[in-house]
Write a protein that binds this ligand. Structure first.
Ligand SMILES: Nc1ncnc2c1ncn2[C@@H]1O[C@H](COP(=O)(O)OP(=O)(O)O)[C@@H](O)[C@H]1O
Ligand SMILES: C=C(OP(=O)(O)O)C(=O)O
Ligand SMILES: [K+]
Ligand SMILES: [Mg+2]
Length: 580
């Protein structure tokens, strides 16, 4: 039979108004032995649903915990023993808890940002995840980027995660014989071919990576480059060559995606049978595992099976490394199996670039909202990607429409937003990053103040999927933090699960996530509102708390009197603490 013990303690330092309800593994309730003097109120727990009832009506001053006590008992630790990134640290010191940005930022690294200094500028600007797109660049190039990120983390204290994005086997153009771009004019005849050329690609000729291309297309089909940036109509087929007339002129970029349409519908013939993970992708994945990357984003996922398959491969190849698998939602097939795909994955990406080439554009916003909500329900981080600030590839300020688009993703409380061309090859990568930060900070503040996120009312959204005892504890802790206007939530987490559940509750205050390993710290960096720190901790919560308060205070990140709600997956507990 479960027994609940509510212990209520208040000390001069730290002042603890209400104290914890702890839940042991066997689901019996017991007090955390944090203070030497606390009051126990034991009673039978009628049901598990009472665990959120953290209550305090008695305050017992604890004279033993005077400033002298804390001075004498302060853990003998160097303040450097906690790993945190200097951007978060500076932000907290300067502007306090509310200033930290909750929406995370993924930056695609390309020729414009692959140098160490450029990467550092992005890190300082708030990049949380560096994405490398395996459609482009050589393995040596990617290796260099990974090495730079690793060095930044080691030398400068960042926790930037590396995400590898697979090429997949969808149809795309070749690399234009090395040219940066080519202009197709209205009415021009171009040849799309499955033949290969060296550097001597004939004029107005585009190679296509899919061998079945010339057989699958028909005269009269429409050929869309990059979802319609440039448009052609097929006029003639000659063996491996397909002659096309340009109907919507524009700029052709190397390796641009190709789709073909017949009578207004996307043609998916044999190309629909292409594997989601190609043989080249498997080689890239092996490379990524060997390089210690943190995320693999799988392009053109069609079903949950491929995600499960990749996850078991990673587990077998690299049992000690927990690489997270992100499902890119960008094909029609993925929309049919959305729930299963998200459940099987460790996160998802709304890859609006290709998605907008496969479904009518006007459906993209509602699909985005649906994916963001589902991910939140299933407790998976979600990234909103592509064209958020597309015009900033060329211009130093965004369009008003782009600002509105970023605002919408932030308002939906997606975990992260992503830059593609803006940071990979645009002229203003740092400015684009700054726009993401400024806009997200403003909208987050607005959401907190005006409770503008009414469409994402947690009570209905979160209760629809059961996340067990941990989920209820985290929801309760987040609610408590909002109600008490707590300055921060602290979570001690060995697997990251408890931290992700707290993030899922989208509390008003930031969440300090203490985790013992650097790789988990990097992965948690993708989650909304989490500030991950690396800190070795024990099973003794009292000593963990003493140590953390000492370290975090020594770094000037919290001050005496700050109200902190503490959650832990060691004891499954909630505590309310005034910082000593
Ligand atoms: N590793 C790289 N090497 C060269 N160019 C790159 C690289 N990564 C990205 N780019 C450039 O940035 C653009 C935008 O990146 P992204 O959206 O990831 O790719 P894509 O356009 O192929 O979907 C690409 O079209 C390409 O021009
Ligand atoms: C993110 C996307 O994928 P990629 O850039 O690899 O095409 C997308 O299509 O939106
Ligand atoms: K890709
Ligand atoms: Mg794509």
């Amino acid at each position: 039979m479960a027994t609940m013990t509510t212990s209520i303690t208040s000390q001069s330092l730290p002042l603890r108004f209400s104290f914890s309800i702890a839940l042991s593994q066997s689901h019996t309730f017991s007090a955390i032995p944090f203070s030497r003097r606390h009051l126990h109120l034991s009673r039978r727990a009628p049901s598990l649903s009472t665990i959120s009832a953290v209550q305090s009506d008695v305050l017992v001053p604890d004279e033993t915990k005077t400033p002298t006590f804390w001075a004498l008992n302060a853990p003998n630790l160097n303040a450097e023993a906690i790993e945190m990134d200097r951007v978060t640290e500076a932000e907290l010191k300067e502007n306090g808890f509310r200033s930290t940005h909750r929406t995370k930022i993924v930056c695609t690294i390309g020729p414009r940002t692959c140098g160490f200094e450029e990467l550092e500028a992005l890190a300082v600007g708030g990049m949380n995840v560096a994405r490398i797109n395996m459609c482009h660049g050589t393995l040596e190039w990617h290796q260099k980027v990974i090495e730079h990120v690793r060095r930044l983390n080691e030398e400068k204290g960042f926790a930037i995660a590396v995400m590898m994005d697979t090429e997949g086997s969808e149809i795309h153009m070749g690399d234009l014989g090395g040219a940066p771009s080519a202009k197709a004019e209205d009415g021009e005849i171009w040849t799309f071919t499955v033949r290969t050329f060296g550097l001597n690609c004939p004029e107005r000729t585009i190679t296509v990576n899919y061998d079945g291309f010339a057989e699958d297309v028909k005269v009269g089909d429409e050929l869309l480059v990059d979802g319609g940036m440039v448009r052609f109509v097929v006029t003639e087929k000659i063996g491996p060559d397909v002659r096309c007339c340009c109907t919507d002129p524009g700029l052709l970029l190397p390796r641009a995606n190709l789709t073909f349409w017949r009578n207004g519908s996307l043609v998916r013939e044999r190309n629909a049978m292409l594997p989601t993970i190609s043989s080249k992708d498997w080689l890239d994945i092996d490379f990524g595992i060997a390089e210690g990357i943190d995320f693999i984003a799988v392009s053109f996922v069609k079903s949950a099976e491929v995600i499960k398959h990749l996850k078991s491969y990673i587990a077998a190849r690299s049992p000690e490394r927990n690489i997270a698998v992100i499902a890119k939602i960008e094909s029609i097939d993925s929309l049919k199996n959305l729930d299963e795909i998200i459940i099987a994955s460790d996160g998802a990406m709304v890859a609006r670039g290709d998605l907008g080439a496969q479904i009518p554009l006007e459906q993209v916003p509602s699909v985005q909202e649906k994916i963001v909500q589902l991910c939140r329900q299933f407790n998976k981080p979600v990234i909103v990607a592509s064209q958020l600030l597309e015009s900033m590839i060329e211009y130093p300020i965004p369009t008003r429409a782009e600002v509105a688009d970023v605002s919408e993703a932030v308002r939906q409380q997606a975990d992260a937003v992503m830059l593609s061309g803006e940071s990979a090859m645009g002229q203003y990568p740092e400015k684009a990053l700054a726009v993401l930060r400024t806009v997200s900070l403003r909208i987050e503040k607005w959401s907190r103040e005006d409770k503008f996120h009414s469409t994402f009312e947690p009570s209905t959204l979160l209760s629809s999927v059961c996340t067990g005892i941990s989920g209820e504890i985290c929801n309760a802790a987040a609610k408590l933090a909002n109600k008490l206007k707590a300055d921060a939530l602290f979570v001690y987490t060995k697997t990251g699960h408890m931290a992700s559940l707290l993030s899922r509750s989208r509390p008003d205050c930031p969440v300090f996530a203490f985790t013992p390993t650097s790789s988990l710290r990097r992965r948690l960096n993708l989650h909304w509102g989490l500030m991950p720190f690396c800190l070795g901790f024990s099973d003794d919560m009292e000593s963990n708390l003493n140590r953390t308060f000492f370290l975090v205070k020594a770094r000037g990140m919290i001050k005496s009197g700050d109200l902190i709600i503490v959650v832990s997956d060691l004891l499954q507990s909630i505590q309310v603490i005034k910082a000593p």
